[in-house]
Every structure is written in structure tokens, then in C-alpha cells.
Design a protein around this ligand. Structure first.
Ligand SMILES: Cc1ncc(COP(=O)(O)O)c(C=O)c1O
Length: 478
């Protein structure tokens, strides 16, 4: 399909399809209901030898692929944290694909590098991060956290690991709370520090890291001959959106000369609201922070905003310039491939630029505030119901709760009942929710963060859960 005219025709059809998809998105089962292997079975064993007609390819997209899709953009998608999209973001992604630029260096697309610098500065201002932080777009929070831990490792060893390998030097230690995201453990494994050297600090009854325990663990490790290098604090844990006490943790890091990385992957977007600035107390002492506009800032996956206080450490950790990548770099511009792991980079700043301009700060604030308000309303409904209970503070758009019918008090039975409820609710196709375990309690999670979610969708979800709970209870072998 080489002809631009043919492309124009097909593209118009696909744009129409996209508009119709969003108009009718609520008719699809939110969670894909296909049988395992059914999509694979629909794909021929061998690739086509001859060109195929786009109409046929598109028919197969609708016939084979669509039934196997879970609809993350449905307003009844309440599972996990959102990966919310928006039309301005989608349009920018189309342009970015059309340009097809590989933006590894300033010279390979100056606009991509300079727009990235500009929009990261916008984000810094919007979220109230310190003026001396600098930002770079990474693919995911997992990668950003890996960059932080690698930088911490290199800073602590004077770049010795980069040169000589991990070797048999002093064993390094990294700290996070028992509620921290698994990406911290993955990063510690990849960094060669070893997951046995990730110290998980206990949490209080609201799932926040206990700073006193952190201090004690660091001191005990120093006495035992370990080398503490990094602490990862969370603003909004995955399980329950707990906010670790940053100010106390930052003071401990400063005193012990440890890298402080802040994982605000989901809740960082709420920093654009003045009423959430309290979370940042102590941020001046932190070394890095990540938050994902691809979660809760209406920017298509992937787009992770990573901020560092000292970009020189980041660049020294990653920079390599072989002959074939040497270019004349004017001063005051950035080659972002030196700011992370990957060499090749997509033009991701474009979608952020479109989103921020199209919504405006006020529009973004209104959306996020509305999600938080809807989660608050759901919390009230749950609290008012005698057979349900809230299991964690509702700090943002996430509500953690469980079904707890009167007279059923055996912890295992309650866990089983809630697991059955989750499966049954998701099986209806009407809504999609997720779960976690908090203090070993099977916990249902409703995450309100979809771009187009309205209170009626939250109400529908709550009605569905109550109705399904009754039938699960009737059928349960208690
Ligand atoms: C607190 C936290 N950190 C990190 C991640 C990982 O994010 P990503 O998928 O961008 O790697 C998540 C994902 O939900 C998260 O909730």
C-alpha cells in the first residue's frame, strides 16, 4: 500500500472506526471473554507470501483481534491503575507515527529533543517539583526506577561497577517499604545488587513506610558491614495508594548520604492539584522522582516522566558515544539517549504537548479532581452498606474494600468469598475490577481514573457488585 491516496482512504476509514469505537465502547465486555489460544488459532501458521488487501486485514482485525481485547478505555474499566488515553494524545501519536523519527540524539530530530526538555519543564512546574530537577521521558516507571537504582549504585561506588563489574566489593543495600511496587525488586535484581539485599521496611496501619524502622535497618546494616546506597519511597503505593512520609525519609537519606528515589508512578499526577502539594514535603532532599502521565494524565501509554536532581550522575551512568554516533552537539541541548537505557527513542513529548495544551492545566485538574470525588462517593456508599467494608484510606481515585456479610468472620472464608466475587463480577463483562492482599486480607480494588468515567458508571459498578455478592453468597459453601 504505497500510494498516499490509498493511505488517505484507509486512514479516513480507520479514524471513523476509532470515533465509532469510542462512541460505542460500552457495548463491549470490558474484560476480554475469549478462550485462551483462540486468537492464536485464528492466525495462519505461515506469513502471507503475497500482499494482502487492507480491507481483508482490517476485517480480520475486527474478527480475530477485537474479541481478544480488554477495553482499557471503557468508562467501566476499574481494574488496576488506569492507562488513560485521550483524543489529543491519540492525534499526536498518529503524527509521531507518521513522522516515524528515531529521536536518539538532538541531531536526529532537534524538535523532539527540545520539545521534551520544554514539556518536562512544564510538568515540573505543574507538579511543583524543585526548580533544579531536570526531566526526561522514559518508557515506564519500571525503567525510571531502574535508572535511579543504577545511578545510586554508580554514585556510591564512584562509577566502579560500570568499569569493573559488581565484583566482590562491599555488599550494597536498597530499602523500600513492604508495600513498594515489584519494579523495585526487579531493578535491584537487574542492577546486580541482588534481591536479598533489598530490605523491605514495615508499614503502619495505613500501609505507609515506618521511618524509624528504616533508620534502624540502615544502622544495623552499616554495623554489619553492608553499604546502604538507596531508598525508594512511594507516593501512592500500588496496593492501596499509601503515601510514605517523605519528609522523615528524606532526612534519614540526607543524614546517611543515600540516594532517595520517589516512586509516584500513579499518584504523581495528583501533584498538579494544590491540595496534594503536602506529599512533596522533603522533596528538595530527594535525588529522583518518577510519575507516569501514561497512567493518570490522559497521555497514551507509554510515557513515564523521570526527574533527577543531578543529571550529570544520570548521564555519567549511561553515556557511551561510539564513533558512529558522534555528532556535533551544540551547547545547551540534550542527547536523551544518554539519559537512560535505550538508544532508540520514540517522539513521546509530542503527545504530552498536545494533551497539556488541549486540556490546559485547569482541564487536567478538573478531571483528576472529579475522579477523586467519585472515589470518595463510592467510599461513602460502601461504608453505608452493612455487608461491605473499606480496607484502606481513600487517598486518590482508588477504593480498597471487601464483602463482609454479617455472621461470616472466618478470615479464609472471607478471602474465598471475595475471590469468588471478583471472578463473578468480572465474568459479567459489565465492569472490570482487580484485587490485592492487604495484611493477608483479600482486597477488592476499584480504580476510578478513566478519561470518560462519570458517576453513573461508578454507580453501575457498585450496583453490579452488590447484586453479584448476593448470588455468590447464596451459592457459597460456607
Ligand atoms: C507505584 C507503582 N510503581 C511502579 C509501577 C510500574 O509502572 P510501569 O508499568 O510504568 O513500569 C506501578 C504500576 O502500576 C505502580 O503502581
Amino acid at each position: 500500500m504505497d500510494s498516499p491516496e490509498l493511505f488517505r482512504q484507509e486512514a479516513h476509514k480507520i479514524v471513523d472506526w476509532i470515533a465509532d469505537y469510542y462512541t460505542g465502547i460500552e457495548k463491549y465486555p470490558v474484560k476480554a471473554a475469549c478462550k485462551p489460544g483462540s486468537v492464536y488459532a485464528g492466525i495462519p501458521e505461515d506469513p502471507p507470501a503475497e500482499p494482502e488487501d487492507m480491507r481483508q486485514i482490517f476485517r480480520d482485525f475486527e474478527r480475530i483481534i477485537m474479541p481478544g481485547m480488554t477495553h482499557w478505555q471503557s468508562p467501566s474499566f476499574f481494574a488496576y491503575f488506569p492507562a488513560n488515553s485521550s483524543f489529543p494524545s491519540l492525534l499526536a501519536e498518529m503524527l509521531s507515527s507518521a513522522l516515524g523519527a528515531q529521536c536518539m540524539k538532538w541531531e536526529t530530530s532537534p524538535a523532539a529533543s527540545e520539545l521534551e526538555e520544554a514539556v518536562m519543564n512544564w510538568l515540573k512546574k505543574m507538579t511543583g517539583l524543585p526548580i533544579n530537577f531536570e526531566g526526561v521521558i522514559q518508557d515506564t516507571a519500571s525503567t525510571s526506577t531502574l535508572c535511579a537504582i543504577l545511578s545510586a549504585r554508580e554514585k556510591a561506588t564512584g562509577y566502579a561497577v560500570n568499569h569493573k563489574g559488581i565484583g566482590s566489593g562491599t555488599t550494597m543495600r536498597v530499602y523500600c517499604s513492604s508495600e513498594a511496587h515489584s519494579s523495585v525488586e526487579k531493578a535491584v535484581k537487574i542492577a546486580g545488587i541482588g534481591k536479598d539485599n533489598l530490605v523491605k521496611i514495615g508499614c503502619d496501619n495505613e500501609f505507609r513506610m515506618k521511618p524509624l524502622e528504616l533508620e534502624k535497618a540502615i544502622q544495623a546494616d552499616i554495623r554489619s558491614g553492608y553499604k546502604p546506597v538507596c531508598v525508594v519511597a512511594a507516593l501512592g503505593t500500588t496496593g492501596s495508594t499509601a503515601v510514605d512520609p517523605l519528609e522523615d525519609i528524606a532526612s534519614i537519606c540526607e543524614k546517611n548520604n543515600l540516594w532517595l528515589h520517589v516512586d509516584a508512578a500513579y499518584a504523581g499526577s495528583a501533584l498538579i492539584l494544590p491540595e496534594y502539594q503536602w506529599m512533596l514535603a522533603g522533596i528538595g532532599k530527594a535525588d529522583s522522582l518518577v510519575f507516569n502521565p501514561h497512567k493518570w494524565l490522559f497521555t497514551n501509554f507509554d510515557c513515564s516522566a523521570y526527574f533527577v536532581k543531578d543529571s550529570e550522575i544520570l548521564v555519567n551512568t549511561f553515556k557511551l558515544v561510539p564513533e558512529y554516533l558522534k555528532t556535533q552537539i551544540p551547547e545547551h541541548v540534550n542527547d536523551y539517549s544518554n539519559w537512560g537505557i535505550q538508544l532508540g527513542r520514540r517522539f513521546r513529548a509530542l503527545k504530552l504537548w498536545f494533551v497539556i495544551r488541549s486540556f490546559g492545566l485547569r482541564g487536567l485538574q478538573e478531571k483528576i479532581r472529579s475522579h477523586i470525588a467519585m472515589a470518595g462517593q463510592l467510599k461513602t456508599w460502601i461504608e453505608e452498606h452493612p455487608d461491605f467494608e473499606i480496607l484502606a484510606p481513600v487517598n486518590f481515585g482508588l477504593v480498597c474494600f471487601r464483602y463482609h456479610p454479617e455472621g461470616v468472620n472466618n478470615p479464609e472464608v472471607l478471602n474465598r468469598l471475595n475471590e469468588e466475587l471478583l471472578l463473578a463480577v468480572n465474568g459479567t463483562g459489565n465492569i472490570y475490577i482487580s484485587h490485592t492482599k492487604l495484611n493477608n486480607i483479600y482486597t477488592l480494588r476499584i480504580s476510578v481514573g478513566q478519561t470518560r468515567v462519570e458517576l453513573r458508571h461508578v454507580q453501575k459498578a457498585w450496583n453490579q457488585i452488590q447484586q453479584t455478592a448476593k448470588s455468590v453468597f447464596r451459592q457459597a459453601k460456607l
